[in-house]
Design a protein around this ligand. Structure first.
Ligand SMILES: Cc1ncc(COP(=O)(O)O)c(C=O)c1O
Length: 346
C-alpha cells in the first residue's frame, strides 16, 4: 500500500534524540530554546515559542491577542476541527466562513460578510501548503492569525508565510512538513510570543491567569532541529513530486490540479478536484494499493448542522488528497497517477 502520509526520518534524527536522552535533560530546556531561535526566521518572525501541538499553539496565539468570552473569531469551515476547539477553549465563539475555490482557504468576501463588532480575530489557514492572500484579510481590520501548520516554508511577496499576521502558528505532528512527533509553535512579535511562553507553563507563577502544561520536550526539540536542517531539501522534493503529478495528470478530463504557484506552494498535500462521486474513486485507488483521502474529514459546519457554505460543500464533495511527501519515490508517484487516471476513466 502506498501510504497517504509518512514522516521523513533518518539516522541523524535518531542520533539527535538519543543525544538528548543520554544527557538526562529531557523536559523543556536548552534544545527547546535553540529550536525556537532557529524556527522563528522560517515564519519571518522575531520570536517563536515551541509548544506541545498546533492546537495548543492556536489557543495560545488567540489568548495572546486577548480573545475571550463575548468575542467572535472567524475561522474556515473547510479545515480541521482544531480551529473550532482552539476558539471555544478561549471562551470565545467561532464564526465559520466559507472556502475559496482557488486557494481552498477562507473566502475573503465571506469572511468580511460575517464580521461583526464582536469579531476579535480571524484565523487564516494557508491550506494544504499554498500561501493565502493575507492582505485580503488584513483589510478586515482585526488581528490575523496565520495558521502555517501545512505551509511552513511557503513564501508570498518575498516573505515567509507567518510574517504578515499579528501571530502565526505551526504544527509539527507526524504528517506535517517537519515533525517532532507532536508539537507546535507560536511565532510573532516578541511581546506576544512572551505571552504564549508564559501561558504554556503553570509552575511557580504568582497569579492565576489561564495557563496549562503545553510545553515541548527537549527530545522533541532535538528532532525538530535535525528536521529543520533538512527542511529546504524536503520542500524541494515535495515540489518535484508535484511537478511529476502535474506532468502525468495534466489534461485528464474531469480532473482539476492545484495552482502552479511556485514559491507560494510547498505541497503539504497534492489536492486534485474530481468531477465525479469521490467514494468509488477512493475505492478504486485503494484496490490499486493507493491510500488517498479527502483533505478535510468533513467541514466543521456539518458537525454543527449549519447551512450556508456552498463552496465548502462543493470542495468536500470533489477534493481528493494524493500521497505527497519526500520519501515517496518517482515510481510510486507514477503508480498513483496511473491509478487515478484509471479511476477517472481516462
Ligand atoms: C491547519 C491546521 N491547524 C492546526 C492543526 C492542529 O495541529 P495539531 O494536530 O498539531 O494539534 C492542524 C492539524 O492537522 C491543521 O491542519
Amino acid at each position: 500500500m502506498i501510504a497517504h502520509s509518512r514522516p521523513t526520518l533518518d539516522e541523524d534524527d535518531a542520533r539527535e534524540v538519543a543525544r538528548v536522552v543520554r544527557s538526562g535533560q529531557l523536559a523543556q530546556g536548552p534544545e527547546v530554546e535553540a529550536f525556537e531561535r532557529e524556527l522563528a526566521p522560517w515564519f519571518g518572525a522575531p520570536a517563536a515559542a515551541a509548544v506541545s501541538s498546533g492546537s495548543a499553539a492556536l489557543e495560545l496565539a488567540l489568548r495572546a491577542l486577548d480573545v475571550g468570552p463575548g468575542q467572535e473569531v472567524i475561522v474556515p469551515t473547510f479545515a480541521c476541527d482544531a480551529l473550532w476547539h482552539a476558539v471555544t477553549r478561549c471562551g470565545a465563539t467561532p464564526v465559520l466562513a466559507d472556502a475559496d475555490a482557488e486557494t481552498l482557504s477562507l473566502a475573503p468576501a465571506d469572511a468580511a460578510r460575517r464580521r461583526t463588532p464582536r469579531t476579535r480575530a480571524v484565523v487564516v489557514v494557508h491550506a494544504f501548503g499554498l500561501a493565502a492572500d493575507v492582505d485580503a484579510f488584513l483589510a478586515l481590520g482585526v488581528p490575523v492569525v496565520e495558521d502555517c501548520a501545512q505551509a511552513l516554508g511557503a513564501r508570498a511577496g518575498g516573505r515567509p508565510v507567518g510574517a504578515r499576521g499579528a501571530a502565526a502558528v505551526g504544527s509539527f505532528y507526524a504528517t506535517k512538513l517537519l515533525t517532532t512527533g507532536e508539537g507546535g509553535a507560536v511565532a510573532g512579535p516578541a511581546a506576544r510570543v512572551a505571552r504564549a511562553r508564559d501561558a504554556r507553563d503553570y509552575d511557580e507563577r504568582e497569579d492565576l491567569r489561564p495557563r496549562f502544561n503545553y510545553k515541548m520536550t527537549d527530545m522533541q526539540a532535538a528532532l525538530g532541529r535535525a528536521q529543520l536542517r533538512r527542511l529546504d531539501a524536503f520542500l524541494a522534493r515535495r515540489r518535484a513530486i508535484a511537478a511529476r503529478y502535474r506532468a502525468a495528470l495534466g489534461g485528464l478530463p474531469g480532473l482539476g490540479l492545484p495552482p502552479d504557484a511556485g514559491a507560494r506552494h510547498v505541497h503539504h498535500r497534492f489536492v486534485v478536484t474530481v468531477e465525479r462521486p469521490l467514494t468509488p474513486v477512493l475505492e478504486h485507488l485503494a484496490r490499486r494499493g493507493v491510500a488517498a483521502r479527502r483533505p478535510v474529514f468533513r467541514p466543521i459546519h456539518r458537525a454543527l448542522g449549519l447551512g450556508g457554505y456552498p463552496e465548502a460543500e462543493r470542495l468536500w464533495a470533489r477534493c481528493l488528497s494524493l500521497p505527497c511527501y519526500p520519501r515517496l519515490s518517482d515510481a510510486e508517484v507514477d503508480a498513483v497517477a496511473a491509478a487515478l487516471a484509471e479511476a477517472v476513466g481516462a
